[in-house]
Design a protein around this ligand. Structure first.
Ligand SMILES: Cc1cc2nc3c(=O)[nH]c(=O)nc-3n(C[C@H](O)[C@H](O)[C@H](O)COP(=O)(O)O)c2cc1C
Length: 362
């Protein structure tokens, strides 16, 4: 299967776009990510002053999620324009220049970021009120495709995304990290991060369902491309993100936690999973679930199927049943139908697929 995609007329060798963050701290990291398989890389966010980060500013929250109090780029904007973007471009990287967080920063930097060679621009803001004005100015100053990155911390991110599309934005990135959040190191009682009040932002697996919901809602309202970013940590997540409506898949925590080399593995796994699921192209996957999401009512009656040949007798299905409807004696699976409320949790908890759902028709 061909992994390449078209994003606003630009051919990307992979649907994976490395989101703005520590991997894209400068040209070096961007080139590494691109050479290991990223289709494009978003620069760390460029703004008027270089960031002064608290220490420490990144911690694992669980095995697949991070908390961070990292600000925008700690390189001055000039350095991005004179050195980092031209170096990344010379190495062949498809560069998306991230500019934040005010309309003035757009005025100050977008023309130079464009001239330095950025293939696209991504606008990001902590505050929903500023994003529309940032878009108006950006569309006046550049002909390059402009994406708006929405934030789950805005009061109404979907409406803001739709408004910016009406203002001419070429695509949406959904989404930024979620916050404020807090983790405490119980050995010291101190916060894990050094930010204001020890608070930071959550990313990785923990936020995937939120990002999926934004992608699905926005995809239902536009045909413009969406970069689905938030919690993609394996090929299954990437396919899920595309099914919701993403045309490209953003990853930030994944290459941080697994290493940039893992981008190549993820590309290969996306191909084999897509083929296993019966798809012959990535474009077939993009938006595949939209008809189900638009239908209004997704409640379908089902019955359980059980395959003892692949059951490992782990007992997860019994443990998670809130109603004590399930019991197992060896590989004899029992279900007390008078207690079962058909919540479906046992099926999702089964690690091997021994327990599955079959639709009941009529
Ligand atoms: C350590 C760290 C630093 C980040 N810095 C930026 C940034 O400078 N600008 C930005 O737009 N997003 C930044 N992000 C947010 C990511 O680009 C992304 O939106 C978020 O992490 C969700 O994706 P993920 O779950 O794949 O990590 C950062 C994320 C992390 C983890």
């Amino acid at each position: 299967m061909d992994l390449s995609i078209d994003l606003c007329g630009i051919r990307l060798k992979s649907p994976l776009i490395v989101g703005s963050g520590p991997i894209s701290y400068g040209a070096e990291g961007m080139i590494r990510a691109f050479n290991h398989g990223a289709g494009a890389v978003v620069t760390k966010t460029i703004r008027d002053q270089a960031a002064d980060n608290p220490f420490p500013h990144i911690a694992l929250s669980d095995a697949k999620s991070l908390v961070n109090a990292e600000k925008w780029s700690d390189f001055p904007a000039r350095q991005w324009i004179d050195q980092e973007i031209p170096r990344a471009k010379a190495a062949g990287v498809v560069v998306i220049g991230s500019i934040g967080y005010t309309p003035e920063a757009v005025d100050h930097w977008i023309c130079d970021v464009d001239r330095a060679g950025a293939d696209m621009i991504e606008l990001v803001s902590y505050r929903e009120e500023t994003i529309r004005e940032m878009v108006v100015r950006a569309k006046r100053l550049t002909d390059k495709p402009v994406f708006v990155k929405i934030s789950p911390n805005w009061p109404d991110a979907v409406s803001a995304a739709i408004d910016t599309l009406r203002l001419g934005v070429d695509g949406i990135t959904a989404m930024d990290s979620l916050g404020p959040v807090l983790r405490i190191d119980i050995k010291t009682g101190r916060p894990m991060l050094g930010g204001a009040h020890g608070e930071g932002w959550l990313s990785g697996a923990a936020i995937k369902p939120i990002a999926l919901s934004y992608v699905a809602e926005i995809a239902a309202k536009t045909d413009k491309p969406i970069i689905g970013l938030g919690g993609v940590m394996n090929a299954e997540d990437a396919v899920e993100m595309m099914m919701a409506g993403a045309s490209a898949v953003g990853v930030c925590s994944y290459p941080i936690i697994r290493g940039t080399k893992a981008l190549g593995t993820l590309n290969k796994k996306i191909i084999s999973l897509a083929e296993k699921l019966g798809f012959s192209s990535l474009s077939e996957i993009s938006g595949y679930s939209q008809p189900y999401l638009r239908s209004g009512e997704n409640s379908t009656k089902f019955s359980f199927s059980y395959n003892p040949d692949i059951c490992t007798e782990c007992g997860r299905c019994v443990t998670v049943c809130p109603y004590e409807a399930r019991s197992m004696v060896g590989r004899q699976m029992n279900l007390d139908r008078s207690m079962c409320r058909y919540c479906g949790l046992c099926v999702t908890a089964c690690p091997t697929g021994a327990l599955s759902r079959s639709e009941v028709t009529g």
